[in-house]
Write a protein that binds this ligand. Structure first.
Ligand code: FMN
Length: 368
């Protein structure tokens, strides 16, 4: 029996193994950002008995959408769509957390109904959004200068997450993960490269972390702390992100998270930038440091293989390992890893948007 395939418990749920589906934006909703049949099939394929799945980044408001046809969780139709996904996953014996998301300055007017995206400060990200162009094709689009939120507008963002948390409960999810990674709104507030505010949301790390912790308090009031999780990318630069002292910033965040009895903390390793492998980074904040600072359940992600995942769990570096790209092309990844079955290669050209091709047509067959 390997450690990766030993049982564990997360959020009070018994899990049969420690191979987690990482949150993956796949841009495959139906109209109005509603999950449909294709997504039901996709998640069902990746559900295994005793497994844990995390959804695509799911927007809590239209103003938080960076990528066309990314899912939402702010209307009744979203709940109905997600409920079908959740039911299908539960029918396979797995658990599913929704990753709750607001893109902040990474959002694009083509996806927000023409509204200018908001951010802690009016600073431009050099990243791209994904939109539908005039001909209806999916296209990359440059971002625009965001509008800095007024001080009294920030609680509205918290409220959107609180409302989303209520809807997530109605949809039947097993828990929620706040997306505080990869250059979206929480990280834009946390890091001093993107937060130049002088009010109670800027300056000290306590202030820069206020949006995250106010939101955490709000969603915990809905779900209870042990069904709530947070995702961080302490070394990430995706989204034109930077911080003058990432070690101090993330030490504060990780240690402050100890005050909650969260479901888990989910951390992306330095060796991955967004969806690209970039090798080890000498100045980065590793998951080993986070492990020292944070006392609860830790999920790690980023470039893991069967061998390295087994090693990190066996040596106590993490409790579970999330897989992204390998789960794209291997819906039955846990069974393949457990049984040493060769892995199918993923096709990057079908990561974002489109139909069943590169989404639900990878071979399934291995059983756990
Ligand atoms: C197509 C694609 C979409 C992604 N979307 C998200 C997302 O919605 N939320 C998130 O936190 N990370 C997202 N990521 C990052 C993954 O969750 C994961 O951290 C990354 O792929 C590294 O893990 P891997 O080496 O196992 O792929 C995405 C990655 C890929 C490849």
């Amino acid at each position: 029996m390997t450690k990766l395939f030993s049982t564990t418990s997360v959020a009070g749920y018994d899990l049969g193994h420690r191979v987690v589906l990482a949150p993956l934006t796949r841009m495959r909703t139906e109209a109005n950002n509603v999950p449909g049949d294709l997504m039901v099939e996709y998640y069902s394929q990746r559900a295994s008995v005793g497994g844990l799945l995390i959804t695509d980044a799911t927007a809590v408001s239209q103003l938080g959408i960076a990528y066309v046809e990314a899912p939402g969780i702010y209307t009744e139709a979203h709940i109905a769509g997600w409920k079908r996904v959740v039911d299908a996953v539960h029918a396979k014996g797995a658990r599913i957390f929704v990753q709750m998301w607001h893109a902040g300055r990474q959002a694009h007017p083509a996806n927000t109904g023409g509204v200018t995206p908001v951010a802690p400060s009016a600073l431009l990200s050099l990243e791209h959004a994904a939109i539908r162009d005039k001909d209806g094709n999916i296209a990359e689009a440059e971002l625009i200068l965001p509008r800095a939120l007024e001080t009294d507008e920030v609680p509205e963002i918290v409220e959107q997450f609180r409302r989303g948390a209520i809807l997530a409960k109605e949809a039947g999810f097993d828990g929620i993960e706040l997306h505080a990674a990869n250059g979206y709104i929480f990280e834009q507030f946390l890091l001093d490269g993107t937060n130049h505010r002088t009010d109670s949301y800027g300056g000290s790390i306590q202030n820069r972390a206020r949006l995250l912790f106010d939101t955490l308090d709000a969603v915990v009031s809905v779900w209870g702390a042990n069904k709530v999780a947070v995702r961080l990318s302490p070394s990430g630069t995706y989204g034109t992100m930077s911080d003058s002292d990432p070690h101090a910033t993330f030490k504060f965040v990780a240690e402050h998270l100890n005050k909650y009895d969260l479901a888990y903390l989910h951390v992306i390793e330095p060796r991955v930038r967004g969806i690209d492998d970039i090798g080890d980074q000498p100045t980065a904040v590793s998951s080993a440091e986070i492990r020292r600072w944070y006392k609860g359940v830790l999920i790690v992600a980023g470039g893991y293989t069967a061998k390295t995942a087994e090693r990190v769990v066996a040596n106590g570096g993490a409790d579970l390992v999330a897989f992204g790209r390998l789960f794209v092309s291997n819906p039955d990844l846990p069974a393949r890893l457990r049984n040493g079955i060769p892995l199918a290669k993923y096709d990057r050209s079908t990561f974002y948007g489109g139909d069943a091709r590169g989404y639900t047509d990878y071979p399934v067959g291995a059983s756990a």
